[in-house]
Design a protein around this ligand. Structure first.
Ligand code: GLY
Ligand code: MN
Length: 463
C-alpha cells in the first residue's frame, strides 16, 4: 500500500467533488473456481484499491459526503481462519493503514444502508461487474440486481473517472515498475521464439516472470502465431520458421498497477521480406503516434492519423488503392486494422473500463462512431497531462473478415482483393507501447523494449 495520506487525500478530493449523499464501495470477494474453497487468484476492485488500498476480500467502504466520515466494514478473522491462514490483521488495523478511523462489522452494513434509505439519502455506487457484487448491492439496496447498471450513480462514475484518469507521480512510478517486468517478459519471449518451441512454453515462462516480480499478469497473455485473432488466448501451437509470434502481455505490480506491451517476433529470429514490409508500416504508425501525442490533441485524431499511415503503407505495397484519406474516412482500412489505437492504462489494463467506456473516452460532443473498426476505439477525447495510454497500431490478415468483405464487394475501390488473398496466411502484427502525456508532449514509459526489426532480431539472437 501507499502511505495512508495518499488515500486520505484521494478521499478528501472525492468528498469535495461529490458534496452530498453517500458512496458505497463494495470490495471484491473470493470467487470460486470449481468449488467454494478453491478460488481464483484474488483481485481487489480497482476503485476500492484507489480510495482504500486494502487488498483483502470481503470489505466495504462508505464515504458520507454530508458528514465527511469514511467507514470501513469488514469481518475480523476468527481462530479457525487463523489456523488455516496464519495471523491476520484486524479490520481496524487495516483501516488505519489507509487513514480510516471508523470501522464496523460487515453484518451492520445492511442495517446502516436501510437507515440511510429511510432518510431518503442518495446512495451512490459504481456499476457492478461481478455477479457477487451485483447480488450484494441488490440485497443491500433492495433493488433488482439486474437493473443496477442503470441505477449506478453517473455523478460518482464521472467523479471517479476524473480522478483516476490523471495519474499521480507515485502511480506513474508503479506503472514503470510494471513495465520493468514487462521488459523482462518481452525480452524473454524474443529469446525463446525458436522453431519447435510451444506457445505454451513461452506463455508459462512469462506468467512465471509476472508472478515472481509482482501480482501476476495484468490480463490473460496473448501469445500466438495466429496474431490475426486480436485476443487469442489459446497457446497450443508449435512455432515454426516463417511464423510471426504476437506477444501482447503485461504485468501487475504488487499494488496492482499494470503494463501492457505488444511485440511481434519472427520465429527463428529473422523477419522475411514480406513480414518486414508490413512490420515497417506498423512501426511507423506506432512511432509517429508516439511522436505526435500531446495535450489538446484527441486520441480520435491520433487514431485516424495512424490508420492513414497503415492505409498508405498498404497502398505502396499494392494491397490497398485509391486515396488513403478517403479510404480511412470510409473505414476501408479496418479490413487490416479493425481496432482502436489505444486505451487508458492504470490500475486496470483497460483503465476504468468497468465504469463504462463511453464515460471514460467520449463526451456528448464526441459521440462514439458506429463504423466497423472505429467503433472499437475506447478513448477518443483530447489528451491531458497525466493521462497514461497505450499506443498499439496493428495490421492483420483475417481470412474470415476478408471472405465476407470480398463476397459483399465491400470497398472495392480501396482494396486490392486479389493481392490481399495471397497474404491470408500472414497472421498479424501489433506493436504496443505505454506513454504518459506530459505538459508539452509525452514520455515513453519504462525502459525501451527492443522494437525496430533489427533490435528484435538482435535480441532473438542473444542467449
Ligand atoms: N492488451 C490487450 C488489449 O489491450 O486489449
Ligand atoms: Mn492494450
Amino acid at each position: 500500500m501507499f502511505k495512508s495520506v495518499v488515500y486520505e487525500k484521494r478521499r478528501a478530493r472525492l468528498h469535495e467533488i461529490m458534496k452530498s449523499g453517500l458512496a458505497l464501495f463494495i470490495g471484491n470477494v473470493e470467487a470460486p473456481m470449481n468449488y467454494p474453497g478453491n478460488t481464483y487468484h484474488f483481485r481487489q476492485d480497482s476503485s476500492f484499491i484507489y480510495y482504500f488500498g486494502i487488498d483483502i476480500p470481503g470489505l466495504a467502504g462508505i464515504m458520507d459526503f454530508d458528514s465527511g466520515k469514511d467507514i470501513i466494514y469488514g469481518t475480523d478473522f476468527d481462530l479457525d481462519d487463523i489456523v488455516w491462514m496464519g495471523p491476520q490483521p484486524t479490520v481496524k488495523e487495516l483501516a488505519l493503514k489507509c487513514g480510516v478511523k471508523q470501522t464496523s462489522s460487515l453484518s451492520m452494513l445492511s442495517e446502516i444502508i436501510n437507515k440511510e434509505k429511510t432518510k431518503k439519502r442518495k446512495i451512490h455506487f459504481l456499476p457492478p461487474y461481478r455477479g457477487e457484487t451485483r447480488l450484494t448491492l441488490g440485497s443491500l439496496l433492495r433493488e433488482n440486481p439486474c437493473q443496477l447498471d442503470t441505477s449506478a450513480s453517473v455523478e460518482l462514475i464521472k467523479a471517479v473517472i476524473s480522478m483516476r484518469s490523471i495519474k499521480e507521480e507515485l502511480e506513474i512510478k508503479e506503472i514503470e515498475k510494471a513495465l520493468d517486468t514487462g521488459y523482462d517478459m518481452h525480452v524473454t519471449a524474443m529469446k525463446m521464439c525458436k522453431p519447435g518451441v510451444n506457445e505454451k512454453d513461452i506463455f508459462g515462462a512469462l506468467e512465471g516472470i509476472a508472478y515472481s516480480k509482482g501480482a501476476g499478469p495484468s490480463f490473460p497473455s496473448i501469445i500466438s502465431i495466429n496474431g490475426q485473432t486480436l485476443h487469442n488466448h489459446s497457446h497450443f501451437n508449435i512455432l515454426k520458421n516463417n511464423d510471426l509470434l504476437v506477444n501482447d502481455s503485461g504485468a501487475e505490480t504488487d499494488l496492482h498497477y499494470a503494463s501492457d506491451i505488444t511485440r511481434t517476433i519472427p520465429v527463428g529470429g529473422k523477419f522475411n521480406s514480406r513480414q518486414k514490409e508490413i512490420y515497417e508500416i506498423v512501426l511507423k504508425a506506432n512511432t509517429e503516434s508516439i511522436k505526435n501525442a500531446k495535450p489538446g490533441l484527441s486520441n480520435l485524431n491520433l487514431h485516424l492519423a495512424a490508420c492513414r499511415i497503415i492505409a498508405s503503407g498498404l497502398k505502396d505495397l499494392g494491397l490497398m488503392k485509391g486515396d488513403s484519406d478517403a479510404a480511412v474516412k470510409a473505414g476501408a482500412h479496418a479490413l487490416f486494422m479493425p481496432h482502436g489505437l489505444g486505451h487508458m492504462l492504470g490500475l486496470d489494463v483497460h483503465d476504468m473500463e468497468a465504469l463504462g467506456e463511453n464515460y471514460i473516452g467520449y463526451k456528448s460532443k464526441t459521440a462514439r462512431s458506429k463504423q466497423f473498426g472505429l467503433a472499437y476505439l475506447r478513448f477518443a477525447l483530447p489528451f491531458k497531462p497525466g493521462h497514461v495510454l497505450t499506443i498499439e497500431p496493428g495490421c492483420y490478415f483475417i481470412p474470415e473478415l476478408f471472405a465476407k468483405w470480398k463476397k459483399e464487394g465491400k470497398f472495392k475501390q480501396f482494396i486490392n482483393y486479389q493481392k490481399v488473398e495471397s497474404y491470408l496466411d500472414f497472421g498479424g502484427i501489433r506493436i504496443e507501447d505505454d506513454i504518459l502525456i506530459t505538459d508539452k508532449g509525452n514520455r515513453l514509459l519504462g525502459k525501451p523494449i527492443p522494437k525496430t526489426a533489427s533490435e528484435i532480431e538482435k535480441t532473438c539472437a542473444t542467449k
